[in-house]
Design a protein around this ligand. Sequence first.
Ligand SMILES: Nc1ncnc2c1ncn2[C@@H]1O[C@H](COP(=O)(O)OP(=O)(O)OP(=O)(O)O)[C@@H](O)[C@H]1O
Length: 678
Amino acid sequence: MMPPELENTNTSTTGNIGTSSIMLTNWTETVTVHAEPSVSSSINNMSSCSVQDQGLQGQQEPALSRSFTILRASLRPVTLKFADVAYSVCLSTKGTRFTSGEPKSTRAVLNGVSGIVRPGELLAMLGPSGSGKTTLLTALAGRLPGKVSGSITYNGQAFSSSMKRITGFVTQDDVLYAHLTVLETLTYAALLRLPKKLTREEKIEQAELIIMELGLTRCRNSVVGGPLFRGISGGERKRVSIGQEMLVNPSLLLLDEPTSGLDSTTAQRIVATLRGLARGGRTVITTIHQPSSRLYRMFDKVVVLSEGCPIYSGQAGRVMEYFESLGYNPGFNFMNPADFLLDLANGLVPDTRSQDDQLEFHGRMDHHEDQNSAKQSLISSYKSNLYPLLISEIHRNAQDPVLPSSSLRGNWWQQFKVLLRRGLQERKHESYSGLRIFQVMSVSILSGLLWWHSDTSHIQDQVGLLFFFSIFWGFFPLFNAIFAFPQERPMLIKERSSGMYRLSSYYFARMAGDLPMELILPTIFVTVTYWMGGLKPSLITFVLTLLIILFNVLVSQGLGLALGAILMDVKQATTLASVTMLVFLLAGGYYIQHIPPFIAWLKYISFSHYCYKLLVGIQYSATEVYDCGLQMHCRVMDFPAVKYLGLDNMLWDAAALTIMLVGYRVLAYVALRMGEPH
Ligand SMILES: Nc1ncnc2c1ncn2[C@@H]1O[C@H](COP(=O)(O)OP(=O)(O)OP(=O)(O)O)[C@@H](O)[C@H]1O
């Protein structure tokens, strides 16, 4: 038996591209492409066969030609080799009602998988559901948490940050911003990911080209949509996800089930596009569930998995020959090779004693023992026939070009600006929502009416209004900020895993993006309630009151961001925030003035306490008096609620708030950084 991998040792790169004239299917046209005779030359001459070029051929615009030249220069051929890849997951150790106290166990998800994919090749991973395709793909993308044993090399090197930047990874679930349109989604991706040598206009033009290339023109201005409101269709979402990765012109492109849920024509077009991308000098790997024979013919190589073990790894076109040589024959000629492979991976082997009788073949489906022994036999055939040759090929010292370290992204400031603009656009519905404005306005008018023109003769009421300011503007921003990071987590993981931007530029853009609304609403609130409530009619006191409340808002927002980033779970974070705010409310110094000493320290960790103290401190001067009954005047500073606060050293209170402002935000950043997958 001639092993499929070795028979074509040299054809995978040079042969496939070299001699054939390939048909590259575009969404709008079909172009015959003549490929070049070697990988290096195919890359140098990529303009003749790359996908982007098809759009360019018709347009010939100088800006596009320039951007294309830069993109072409940024393409680095990647030879991916993986040998004996194994991966296990820890199963739950908790004793449940069904598994009372079972000892800790692990489960092998991948076991000894090997293969080679070269630039110019499209490799498909096939196997039944749960056979480990996604796990293998994630491992090859350098994104699998935990220890992966065996070796995975990219041009002979381990996965690195420069490799990360030239790798595109399309996950099975589309992670996209719901409120952005297709054009906005791809434009922001282009602005963030394309080399800094390109101008802004050139980057936008690349996004337009991808839209044309993927047949998304009709829906370019439609919003993507999410679970709560409808947007573009599932197939269009999938194409937008693929487009986002295509935009970076990745040298290595990995896709998890890019065709699932699509009609056969759309699926065919997507695979044709992938094949076109491969022929442009890229290394493309995809998992696929049930490809039609039309699709199957477009793959160069396949890896077939059965319960995490390989039963085949090599040339797609030689698969039938290989299994026939082992004595497995589908029985009829027109069977889709993919169906045959999936049957084999499930242990459903045709009965060789009566090959014509397909009823017999399917009649054996229920025989688990037979299936298991068939799988074992296929795995051992792989080990004895394919594995040794594959391993010697993997270890053969081919001249794998070393990847130069690249820094293609824009600088920190550019990333910050793009992320800020994208964030503002995505969240404008939320930030400027009428409901939120109504909520704040109604509370401010209602409290203005309740405290209508209160004066110092009702000092208890006035102090109560100041306490209400500190508490309301402690709660409101805290609960808004809690959602920020848990909601964005999938997007953050996806984009950070591909090295799209720095965490700090994202973090500062997120904070800056939230600021306008976080500051405008309390400003309106305080302006309305302050003057309606009859507080000191002094412009300076009003401005200082406003500044203290805005400061309090920022501290409270920082605490919300930190809780969200640490727990990354909205439910847990809101529970903890409610308890915290309740403690701050009670320990703030308004409701209880005789707190037992052993718990009185609580007020020192409460930002509402400091805010309240500062508000009272600037509202009343040391000599101010109030009408305390029987036509007597008492000093405000002697009023029990004010006296308890001790207003002598307010600089310390301002310093405490400043420390909290910085501390909570640093904490949020550190939590985000530590929560990143390594
Ligand atoms: N973290 C994990 N914890 C427990 N089991 C896991 C974990 N990761 C993977 N598995 C198991 O490993 C097996 C392989 O999963 P994987 O998602 O790679 O399969 P797949 O072939 O991609 O399946 P599908 O085609 O249905 O997407 C599955 O049985 C899955 O339940």
